[in-house]
Write a protein that binds this ligand. Structure first.
Ligand code: 6PG
Length: 259
């Protein structure tokens, strides 16, 4: 597991634009090296802000959208097309606007779909992930190029909330989540072991209400109390922050703001 690196931007707009530029480069590099790229999307304002910035970036045309695999880190267990579903919000922010190959887009199953509850939807997603993993992945989850995570004010990532069973899961790669403190209460989430299969994990946080959470997760808190602390990539763990979210971080954890 890699030690976190921290990059601080002036404000959340610049953070979204810089993260989008970084993601474009990463996808283009992965496609050049391996033929395709895989990205795991997150829900929340900052994840969608990144997608909206990507939609506006002229360099987005450098991506071969037909060779991009998209997965989700978590989903709100709601009917297909519901405006609060992470899938719906990602479609609106970017996905409906680019020529993706539908066979490479992997939303989590909705409520009212083929699986009667969030636990069954989670099992189905674990099977889909395992089917996509190859021998080179050494496990039941593909080695995603980039896995994006928004960080909640309570340090949750994906739908892994402090002290709830999901964050303690060590075997399963995807779980149903019940009684989540952030609405809606029923969700589906990758677990920390699945998140840690990614080559790179990027955590996004902006705004003063995240400052405590960011400081706690980066100052040695345990992952059960601070799930964001357990989200690490195999080759890189990158925290992308705005100045407000970084305001309670000890200065020795990052270089002075450059943007
Ligand atoms: O389904 C969700 O709500 C998310 O995936 C969740 O983990 C989100 O990323 C964080 O709550 C941060 O959200 P913001 O970026 O809106 O603060």
């Amino acid at each position: 597991m890699t030690a976190p690196q921290v990059v601080v931007h002036r404000d959340k707009e610049l953070m979204a634009q810089a993260a989008a530029a970084r993601l474009i480069t990463k996808i283009v590099d992965a496609q050049a090296a391996r033929g395709s790229a895989s990205v795991v999307l997150t829900g929340g304002r900052n994840g969608n802000g990144l997608l909206a910035a990507l939609a506006q970036a002229p360099a987005r045309d450098a991506i071969d959208w037909s060779r991009l695999d998209l997965w989700w880190g978590d989903e709100r267990f709601l009917p297909d097309g519901h405006p609060d579903r992470n899938h719906t919000q990602a479609r609106e922010a970017l996905l409906d606007d680019v020529p993706l190959n539908p066979a490479r887009v992997h939303p989590m199953a909705p409520a009212g779909g083929p699986y009667g509850n969030a636990d069954l939807a989670a099992e189905a997603y674990a099977i889909e992930l395992a089917a996509a993993a190859g021998p080179e992945d050494h496990g039941p989850v593909p080695s995603f190029d980039v896995l994006l995570l928004g960080v909640g004010p309570d340090t949750h990532v994906a739908s892994l909330f402090p002290e709830l069973p999901g964050v303690r899961e060590t075997e399963r790669t995807v779980v149903g989540v019940h009684g989540a403190p952030k609405p809606p209460p029923t969700r589906v989430s990758l677990t920390l072991p699945a998140i840690r299969a990614a080559r790179e994990v990027w955590l996004l946080a902006a705004g003063e209400d995240k400052a405590n959470a960011v400081a706690m997760a980066l100052s040695g808190a345990g992952e059960v109390q601070a799930p964001a602390a357990g989200a690490r990539g195999r080759s890189r763990t990158l925290w992308l922050l705005d100045e407000a979210a970084a305001s309670q971080l000890p200065r020795d954890l990052y270089a002075p703001s450059c943007a």
